[in-house]
Design a protein around this ligand. Structure first.
Ligand SMILES: C[S@@+](CC[C@H](N)C(=O)[O-])C[C@H]1O[C@@H](n2cnc3c(N)ncnc32)[C@H](O)[C@@H]1O
Length: 290
C-alpha cells in the first residue's frame, strides 16, 4: 500500500503506545491500536507547528518541556470529537421534561434551587438546551437555577461562552424554540437569549481529575452524554465515581443513548421512566444529605 505522506514521520508502534498511554493517563480517552494511523495524521500538524522531526521527540516534549501542559491540551484537542447540537436525543429530553422535571420541582420545592451539570458539554449546546427546556416548563421562573457546563477543551468552552451558533448546531431545534430563545446576529447565525445565558455557566474540568472534581458543586441531575464512549472500563469507573459523588442523593444521571452502566452500575439505581432509562444515586438512609 503506497503512502502519500512522504516527508512526514511515521509513528512506530512503540511511539504510538507511549503517546496513547500519556493521553489516557491525562483524560481517560483510550485510542485503540487500529487507530494508530489516525493518531499519526491528527498529530502531524502539532509536530510541524513545533518543528519536531519524529514522534519519539514529540513524546519527550509532552513529558518534559516547559510548555508540556499546553501542548498536551493541543494534542488531546486534535484527537477528540466535539460533535454536538441543540436538542440532541429528543426522546430523552422529552422524558426529562415530562417525567423528571415534575419530580425535581416537588423534591426541591423547599429550597427553590435547581442544579444541573452538563459534563462534557462541548460547545455548550446541551447546557443551553437544558436551560431552555427548564424555561419552557414555566416551573422555575423565580427559582435559583444553574446549568453548569464543563469540558476538558478550553477551545470549545470559549465557543460555549460566546453563545453564537450556525445552522449545523441548530439542525434539530424546533422552529418555535428557535424563535423564542435565539436572536439573529448575522447571516445564518443566532445568539442565545440573555435570560437563558443567565442560567448557564461554563468551567474547565477534566472528568478524570478526581481531586479537582471536588470543586464541582453538587447537582440534582447530571447529563454526561457521548463522553464516556471514548473511555475504557477503568476510566469509566473512575468518572462514574466522580459523578456519583457530585450528585445529590436521589439525583439523576442521564447518559447518551448508546451508553449504559451494565457491569458498572452498582452505585446507581436503574430507573425505568415511561420514555427512557435513567440512573439515580440512591437516597441516603433516612433521606439525609440533601
Ligand atoms: C462528543 S462531545 C459530547 C457533547 C455533548 N455531551 C453531547 O452529547 O452532545 C464529547 C465531549 O467530551 C469532552 N471530553 C472528553 N474527555 C473528557 C474528560 N476527560 N473530561 C471532560 N470532558 C471530556 C470532549 O472534549 C468533548 O467536547
Amino acid at each position: 500500500m503506497p503512502r502519500f505522506d512522504e516527508g512526514r514521520p511515521e509513528m512506530t508502534l512503540e511511539e504510538f503506545r507511549l503517546l496513547r498511554d500519556h493521553v489516557y493517563a491525562h483524560c481517560g480517552i483510550l485510542i485503540h491500536e487500529n487507530m494508530k494511523f489516525v493518531m499519526e495524521r491528527r498529530l502531524w500538524p502539532r509536530l510541524e507547528a513545533l518543528g519536531i522531526q519524529d514522534f519519539g521527540s514529540y513524546h519527550r516534549y509532552l513529558r518534559y518541556d516547559a510548555q508540556r501542559s499546553a501542548e498536551l491540551e493541543a494534542a488531546v484537542e486534535s484527537l477528540t470529537t466535539h460533535e454536538t447540537y441543540f436538542f440532541r436525543e429528543p426522546a430523552q429530553l422529552k422524558a426529562f421534561c415530562e417525567e423528571l422535571v415534575p419530580i425535581l420541582e416537588k423534591r426541591n420545592a423547599h429550597t427553590r434551587r435547581l442544579r444541573l451539570w452538563s459534563a462534557g458539554c462541548s460547545s455548550g449546546e446541551e447546557a443551553y438546551t437544558l436551560a431552555m427546556l427548564l424555561k419552557e416548563s414555566g416551573r422555575f421562573d423565580d427559582w435559583d437555577v444553574e446549568v453548569l457546563g464543563t469540558d476538558l477543551s478550553r477551545r470549545v468552552l470559549a465557543v460555549a461562552r460566546r453563545a453564537e451558533y450556525g445552522p449545523s448546531a441548530l439542525r434539530a431545534t424546533p422552529p418555535d424554540l428557535l424563535e423564542r430563545y435565539f436572536i439573529p446576529v448575522g447571516v445564518n447565525r443566532v445568539r442565545v437569549r440573555d435570560d437563558v445565558k443567565a442560567w448557564v455557566n461554563f468551567g474547565h474540568h477534566n472528568l478524570s481529575d478526581v481531586a479537582g472534581s471536588q470543586l464541582v458543586p453538587r447537582s440534582d441531575v447530571v447529563f454526561c452524554r457521548n463522553v464516556m464512549i471514548y473511555f475504557d472500563l477503568a476510566a469509566r469507573r473512575r468518572v462514574l465515581g466522580v459523578i456519583r459523588d457530585r450528585l445529590c442523593p436521589g439525583g439523576y444521571l442521564l447518559l447518551g443513548h448508546a451508553e449504559n452502566l451494565l457491569s458498572l452500575g452498582a452505585d446507581f439505581e436503574l430507573v425505568h421512566l415511561k420514555g427512557d432509562l435513567v440512573y439515580r444515586r440512591p437516597e441516603l438512609p433516612g433521606g439525609e444529605g440533601r
